[in-house]
Structures are given as structure tokens and as C-alpha cells.
Design a protein around this ligand. Structure first.
Ligand SMILES: *Cc1c(COP(=O)(O)O)cnc(C)c1O
Length: 364
């Protein structure tokens, strides 16, 4: 007798590989592999999370009303058009699930966020990969790959794992070049790390255009990665379609409460942005001094830096040696980056420490 067979496109999915928190021999070391906030989370968010224990026995608010109101108030949006997910990962899956299926195409960039390919294959759609321009999003390469079968374009801005950022005129050019029938998803998981005057205007586009979805997360600058809360903004029709396939109670009570508190903790967010900018610039500049050892930092606007190893010492060797030295970073051979290490910006001590370790490994 034949056992149940998964759909063939499901077995084509390469499972997501999360950032590690322990070494091969089980030691807990500095975790610079998942782009978490080294300052933790705001005290107000932690308090709100703790207070939610009183309602542990009740289902969460399925409509996430307070969370939607808080998001809308913080960004000047219509609360009815805010969708929420178990992390923005779920919102990305909802977008693919509501707008694409077998026979349809979804475009994303080479060295794009790993979830896009999973979300595409999960619904039986065909992934279409647009080549990069020195690791950055190439708008022309994306537009060149649009066909009548294209349903969705995923762009992370800044992008993960490269950290690269497409300026607002590039994002506008991408949108202008797409048919209105194609959903443009602008994944802004790292938007809070961008200076306000450099904003790519994704939320304004999502407010005005019939085919733009912006996604955001509480996992990165807000430091709520454990609670899995993300959200999205788009036209009422797009949001309505996504709600139809959303799991009914997809965001927890404690997570909703913590996220509402996190939005009000603007001092914590500002301090996190400043810390990140200061140490990211320092780290990238120090990597730049190791150019004679073949190292190069891809310009980043996010909370991590992709370091390329183009000299005699390989990224794989450095990855293992860093683990021995007490630092776990992200080596991404499965994403076409066997020559790169993505290093999250940690505390001052961690960032200085990982740089010293890298310098020792490459003999700089
Ligand atoms: C981290 C990340 C997300 C998802 O985070 P969630 O924890 O699921 O909200 C989405 N997109 C990009 C590009 C990311 O790096």
C-alpha cells in the first residue's frame, strides 16, 4: 500500500535554516547570527508581556484591535487595513497564498530573504530569480523577468542577508514598471534602522496604490522575536483576501500587549537605532581595513553586515574559527553565499570582540 504522498512542489522546498545559538560542541557563545536587538527589548514591552499572564486561559483577541489601532496611530494609517501575522513571515506566506498558485510566477532577487522561495513553492507557484547588481536589488533585472504569469514580486528593503538598500526612486521605478495586476511586496523588516529622510516611502505607496503590500516586524528593532508578531499594510481588497486564509488566533495575547507597549517606547527604538548605526559603521570601516586580506563589507543599512571573503582565508574557515573563538555568525552556502558571513551588530563588547577575532583569523 502506498503511503500519503506530499505534493511534488512541497518536496522541492529546501527547509529554512535558522541562526544557531550553540556551537558544535554545545557551548553557548555570543549569538550574532539572527539579527536580534543586542539591547534586548524595552522595559515597557517586558512589563506588558508579564501582565498578560492574567489572561493565559483565554483566547487572544482574534481581531488584534488594540494592536491595529496602535500601529495605525504610530504610522498615520487606517487600522482596518492593517493585517497581522505570526511574525511577518506569516504575512509573506499570506501574500503568496492569496495571490499565487500553480502555474503562477513569483519574482525575488538572488541573495534575497530565504522565506520568499519557501512561500512561493509552498503554494505551488514557480520561483523566478532576478540577478543582483553587486549584491543589491537590480530593478531592471526584476522588470525584465515579468511575464503574464507574474503574480507577486518580493523585495526586502533593506535586504537580508545583504543589508543593501534601494533608494525611494528605485522602488518607485520598480512599482511604475509593474502591471497593476502584480502585487509588489515591500518587506521592511529593517525599516526602523533607516534614517527618516531616507525612507523608501513604501507605506505611502501601500496607502495609495492598489497593488502594494508593506510588511513590518516587531522581531528586529523592537526586540520581540520570541513572540512572533509582524504586520502588513495594503488596500482593503488585498487585506480582505489575506484575512480569509489567516489562522484565526495567529498573534498571542502577550505578544499583542508587548507590541503595543513597544510602539510607545520610542526612546528605546531611537537608542537601538543609534547604537546600531554607530557600531555598524565602525565594524564596516574596520573590515574595510582588511582589504589586503581579501575582506570586503557589503554596504548595509540594516542591523548586520555581510562580510565577503575573497582572499586566501575562506568564509567557511573563518566561520568555524569564529565559533571556536566564541562567536556564532551566519554562513550561508545554501543561499549561494559560500564566500560570505553575515554578522549581526551586537553589543559594543561583542562587536569589538568579533572584529578582533576576524582580524586574528585572517592575519590582518
Ligand atoms: C527577520 C526578517 C523577517 C521576518 O521576521 P519575523 O520574525 O517573521 O517577523 C522578514 N523579512 C526579512 C527580510 C527579515 O530579515
Amino acid at each position: 500500500m502506498q503511503a500519503p504522498l506530499p505534493k511534488p512542489w512541497i518536496m522541492d522546498i529546501a527547509p529554512y535554516v535558522p541562526g544557531r545559538s550553540k556551537t558544535d560542541d554545545g557551548r553557548q557563545v555570543a549569538k550574532l547570527s539572527s539579527n536580534e536587538n543586542p539591547l534586548g527589548t524595552s522595559p515597557a514591552a517586558r512589563e506588558a508581556f508579564d501582565a498578560a499572564r492574567a489572561s493565559l486561559d483565554r483566547y487572544p483577541d482574534a481581531g488584534a484591535a488594540m494592536l491595529r489601532e496602535a500601529i495605525a496611530a504610530a504610522h498615520g494609517l487606517d487600522p482596518a487595513r492593517v493585517i497581522y501575522g505570526t511574525g511577518s513571515d506569516e504575512v509573506l506566506h499570506l501574500a503568496a497564498g492569496a495571490f499565487a498558485g500553480p502555474g503562477d510566477e513569483i519574482i525575488f532577487v538572488r541573495y534575497g530573504f530565504a522565506v520568499y522561495e519557501i512561500a512561493t513553492r509552498r503554494v505551488g507557484a514557480t520561483p523566478v530569480v532576478a540577478p543582483d547588481k553587486d549584491y543589491a536589488t537590480d530593478v531592471d533585472a526584476i522588470l525584465d523577468r515579468v511575464t503574464p504569469a507574474t503574480r507577486v514580486v518580493f523585495v526586502a528593503n533593506p535586504n537580508n542577508p545583504t543589508g543593501t538598500f534601494a533608494a525611494r526612486d528605485e522602488i518607485a521605478r520598480l512599482h511604475a514598471g509593474l502591471p497593476k495586476s502584480v502585487l509588489l511586496v515591500i518587506d521592511q523588516a529593517y525599516a526602523e534602522y533607516i534614517d527618516a529622510d531616507e525612507d523608501d516611502r513604501g507605506l505611502a505607496m501601500a496607502a495609495d496604490e492598489p497593488n502594494v503590500l508593506v510588511t513590518r516586524t516587531f522581531s528586529k528593532i523592537h526586540g520581540l522575536a520570541a513572540e512572533r508578531i509582524g504586520w502588513g499594510y495594503a488596500s482593503a481588497d488585498i487585506i480582505d483576501a489575506m484575512h480569509r486564509i489567516r489562522a484565526p488566533f495567529n498573534v498571542t495575547t502577550a505578544g499583542q500587549a508587548a507590541a503595543v507597549a513597544a510602539l510607545a517606547a520610542t526612546d528605546f527604538v531611537d537608542a537601538s537605532r543609534r547604537h546600531n548605526a554607530e557600531w555598524r559603521e565602525w565594524f564596516a570601516a574596520e573590515i574595510g581595513k582588511l582589504g589586503n586580506a581579501g575582506l570586503r563589507a557589503v554596504p548595509s543599512k540594516a542591523n548586520f553586515v555581510l562580510v565577503l571573503f575573497e582572499g586566501p582565508v575562506s568564509a567557511e574557515h573563518a566561520y568555524k574559527a569564529l565559533m571556536d573563538a566564541g562567536y556564532i555568525v551566519r554562513w550561508l552556502p545554501g543561499q549561494g553565499l559560500p564566500h560570505g558571513l553575515r554578522v549581526s551588530i551586537g553589543t559594543a563588547e561583542e562587536t569589538q570582540g568579533v572584529l578582533a577575532a576576524i582580524r586574528a583569523i585572517v592575519g590582518g
